[in-house]
Ligand binder design. Sequence first.
Ligand code: RP5
Length: 185
Amino acid sequence: MKAKKTKRVGKVIRGSESPLTLNPSNLPLVLVLMGSKSDWEVMRSADQALQDFGVAHECRVVSAHRSPALAAQLASGAEARGIEVIIAAAGGAAHLAGVIAAHTTLPVLGVPMKSDALNGLDSLLATVQMPAGIPVGTLAIGKAGATNAGLLAVAILSLARPELRDRLKSFRREQEKKILATVLD
Ligand code: RP5
């Protein structure tokens, strides 16, 4: 079955591909946040990874600096909505993941965006250098980080969902097969 896709202003909601087994309520399990619409081209990779595994999720723009009240509200209300993992991407003075983590005990995965000024090194340091007590699991800068944030969210969810774990294992097997079958000419 094709994943359900609903578009709203500043927000994309994807339903689970097989809600009966993975997520009976079909409510979003992962919240994918980004500081600006300019992050979306990269964060589509996180969206895609979650879609590939049929994980219901919601993607939306919220800024730690430009809309701080909404950021706090989304983070503090996430658990009650059934969200289990939050992905937060930002660039430059990339405080979004840290601010989100300050308002929830859910696991928060940070994705540093490549920036014009410092190529993403600023985003990486701002995301990764959290004070002890408020963890953010920080991924690589840019697209690889976005994809891996999606995959890591799937891995976290798979701890309590054997079907998802099986899908993750088969994804790894397929990936390995492609490497082993590589021919250089
Ligand atoms: C951050 O500033 C965003 O996450 C984005 O990566 C960066 C630039 O934002 P825009 O000026 O393009 O909106 O908050």
